[in-house]
Design a protein around this ligand. Structure first.
Ligand code: PA5
Length: 327
């Protein structure tokens, strides 16, 4: 799994190129809204895109993770359906609903039923290399989304930023491995509560929860400033389990509202000092840099924690069992 995390920059580069010709067949007019549909390690790319464009996109971007489409998704919307395996039943149910509502779409997959349906319905499709866990394919699955919003001019700086992000990830990877290997040691035998200082980065906090769940096989919880100041901080008054550890995702001052920075300083005094605090700092210049530096550090942390706990990060037995019993 470690070698797959190291491949995220290569995957991003591949995914950007792979969608190149496909994107040209998509209408150039900006749709009324964008829905990204997909579950787990596939759907998370939609969360990342939504977070990245949250402050700037003129159209709503929503992520759908269920069997049923929200009512607002009508034929003026555009949908991207992502399923790495191509066989996830919620994604296939959404595909059917999108067909019924006449929604234009793009499919991103590697194999499976989704690929067959997309081919049969002549829907533009990005096919990425198969054979790895979906969550480890995040670069392949996310980059086509980035290029799509660039095509619509919703993120005009995307290509330039991506080039710099690839450089950052490649040049800093080995340092980040050392940093996160140490963090994993402090996290061992703790229940991680992850706070992100900016709501755009809630997507990265959620990614970290999922990676800790699936790779390290531990429970984790995430919340975001400033919302957690209005509820979760009260929960700490009820007594703190000695195994809790806080992980703060810090995107840097430029990407943190000054009042949230202030809030974090006060919360630090309010929460019991016995709780260990780990801070993961974003690196780089652009928002994309900040997102992917935090995401990669989180992925590495989950892999090192798996190693420390003596668990194999690859199998997801409970997910597989569920899928099997439902089929
Ligand atoms: O990472 C994983 O293995 C899961 O979270 C899957 O992504 C999830 O079960 C959905 O499957 P797929 O990504 O193939 O649609």
């Amino acid at each position: 799994m470690l070698s797959l995390v190291r491949l995220i920059p290569d995957q991003l580069e591949y995914g950007w190129k792979a969608v190149g010709a496909v994107v040209e067949s998509i209408p150039k007019d900006v749709p009324a809204s964008l829905a990204v549909c997909g579950m787990g390690g596939s759907g998370v790319s939609g969360d990342i895109l939504r977070g990245l464009l949250l402050h700037t996109s003129p159209i709503p971007i929503e992520v759908v993770k269920d069997y049923t489409l929200p009512g607002w998704i009508k034929n003026q919307a555009f949908a991207v359906l992502i399923s790495y395996s191509g066989d996830t039943e919620e994604a296939l149910a959404l595909w059917e609903a999108l067909t019924e509502r006449g929604v234009q779409r793009l499919a991103i997959t590697s194999v499976g039923k989704l690929k067959e349906l997309a081919e049969a319905e002549k829907v533009p499709t990005v096919t990425v290399p198969s054979g790895i866990p979906p969550r480890a394919a995040v670069g392949y699955l996310f980059a086509p989304l980035l290029r799509l919003v660039d095509y619509w001019n919703l993120y005009p700086e995307a290509e330039q930023e991506l080039t710099a992000t690839l450089e950052l990830l490649r040049s800093r990877m080995s340092e980040w491995e050392k940093e996160t290997e140490k963090l994993a040691q402090s996290l061992k035998d703790h229940f991680p509560i992850i706070h992100s200082l900016d709501q755009r980065f809630a997507a990265v906090a959620y990614r970290l929860v999922c990676q800790l769940n699936e790779n390290a096989k531990v429970l984790a919880h995430a919340h975001v400033y400033s919302e957690m100041n209005h509820n979760e901080i009260m929960g700490f008054e009820g007594g703190v389990d000695e195994n809790i550890a806080l992980i703060v995702l810090d995107p840097g001052d430029e990407f943190t509202h000054p009042r949230n920075r202030k809030r974090a300083e006060i919360v630090d005094k309010i929460l019991p000092s016995s709780i260990p605090r780990l801070v993961i700092h974003a690196e780089g210049e652009s928002l994309l840099d900040r997102f992917f530096s935090l995401l990669v550090k989180g992925d590495l942390l989950s892999v090192f924690l798996a190693e420390l706990r003596g668990v194999d990060p690859f199998p997801v037995a409970s997910i597989d069992r569920l899928k099997k019993e439902l089929s």
